[in-house]
Write a protein that binds this ligand. Structure first.
Ligand SMILES: Cc1ncc(COP(=O)(O)O)c(C=O)c1O
Length: 331
């Protein structure tokens, strides 16, 4: 299936006689015949739904759809984009750790990184994404745990050179986390260029109708967490009787850990009703992105030719500094 078909059909395949539309499973809890079965679910010995904070069939369908759209091994829906970015970072970094972020990012993410993560003991160094490799690499420290950037930055519309920054991060054994909110997988799939984790504010184009706050974290399944730099992935988790994420979940270690550890403890989950709205938006995403792009092009071209306008940030204008990057990543 291509993107358009995935937007309609991925994540939910009704069987004979079942509802055509994704059902809203409006239930906090799921019943089982024996406590032994529930105990196994709690201990992650089997998989299944038992409590909506950790998983719900409606939310799960949207997670599978977005994972399919991005080409990842799994996804985790969150209550907002802010929560998605928080979880994406906390899943690899803790107090005493460090993150390198591009400076050109959404203001809310900047505050999360510069103010709140700092209070939690995680320091973030901001770098110019147009700086050369050597300049950016100067920011990397022994305790650095990730590199972060946005495909298309909010609000300056700079295009991230994903392939170059991913290669740079990988040279230092670090994952690249990309916020793909503005591009959506319709315009760009960061995993195709080496990104390891993708985050979204689904509140924007994915929802598309200004109905529902939401976020999502998507795992490419490609990053090797066993280098020794990420002990939380390779050492026993006492809260699950000594479970080791990389051993138990292989390629899905990152996204399973995000769910069973951080969503369990922080509780910033998406609701079934909310997931239903996001799914509704996703169904028409490719059509709307096409129109958004045409509208943006018309507005940018008009403004660029206006004598009262000093400058226009739009990567597809002929004299844009990011034109070549737009051609590569956002064709
Ligand atoms: C690029 C980007 N990332 C993250 C966020 C945060 O998302 P939310 O508002 O859903 O918490 C936003 C919101 O504007 C955004 O534009």
């Amino acid at each position: 299936m291509k993107t358009e078909s995935l937007c309609l059909h991925a994540g939910y395949t009704p069987k004979n006689g079942e509802p055509r539309v994704l059902p809203i499973v409006q239930s906090t809890t799921f019943t089982y015949d024996s406590t032994a079965e529930v105990a196994k679910l709690f201990d992650l010995e089997t998989s299944g739904f038992f409590y909506t904070r950790l998983g719900n069939p409606t939310v799960d369908a949207v997670e599978q759809k977005i994972a399919a759209l991005e080409g990842g091994v799994g996804a985790l829906c969150t209550s907002s984009g802010q929560a998605a970015n928080l979880i994406a970072i906390l899943n690899v970094a803790q107090s005493g750790d460090h993150v390198v972020s591009m400076a050109s990012i959404y203001g809310g993410t900047f505050n999360l990184f510069a103010v709140t993560l700092k209070k939690m003991g995680i320091e973030v160094t901001f770098v110019d994404q147009r700086a050369d490799d050597a300049e950016i690499e100067k920011a990397i420290r022994p305790n650095t745990k990730a590199v972060f950037g946005e495909t298309l930055t909010n609000p300056s519309m700079d295009v991230l050179d994903i392939e170059r920054i991913a290669a740079l991060a990988h040279r230092h054994g670090l994952p690249l986390i990309v916020d793909n909110t503005f591009a959506t997988p319709v315009l760009c799939r960061p995993f195709d260029f080496g990104a390891d984790i993708v985050v979204h504010s689904t509140t924007k184009y994915m929802d598309g109708h200004a109905l529902q706050m939401g976020g999502v974290v998507v795992d490419s399944g490609k990053f090797d967490w066993t280098s020794g730099r990420f002990p939380e992935f390779t050492e026993p988790d006492a809260s699950y009787h000594g479970l080791i994420y990389t051993k138990a979940f292989g390629k899905a270690a990152y996204i399973v850990k995000a769910r069973v550890q951080l969503m369990r403890d922080l509780g910033c989950c998406q609701t079934p009703q909310g997931a239903f709205y996001i799914n509704q938006g996703l169904e028409t995403l490719p059509l709307r992105m096409e129109r958004h792009c045409r509208n943006a092009e018309a507005v940018a071209t008009f403004l660029a030719g206006h004598d009262k306008v000093e400058s226009v940030c739009y990567p597809w204008l002929p004299d844009s500094h990011d034109k070549a990057l737009a051609e590569k990543y956002l064709p």
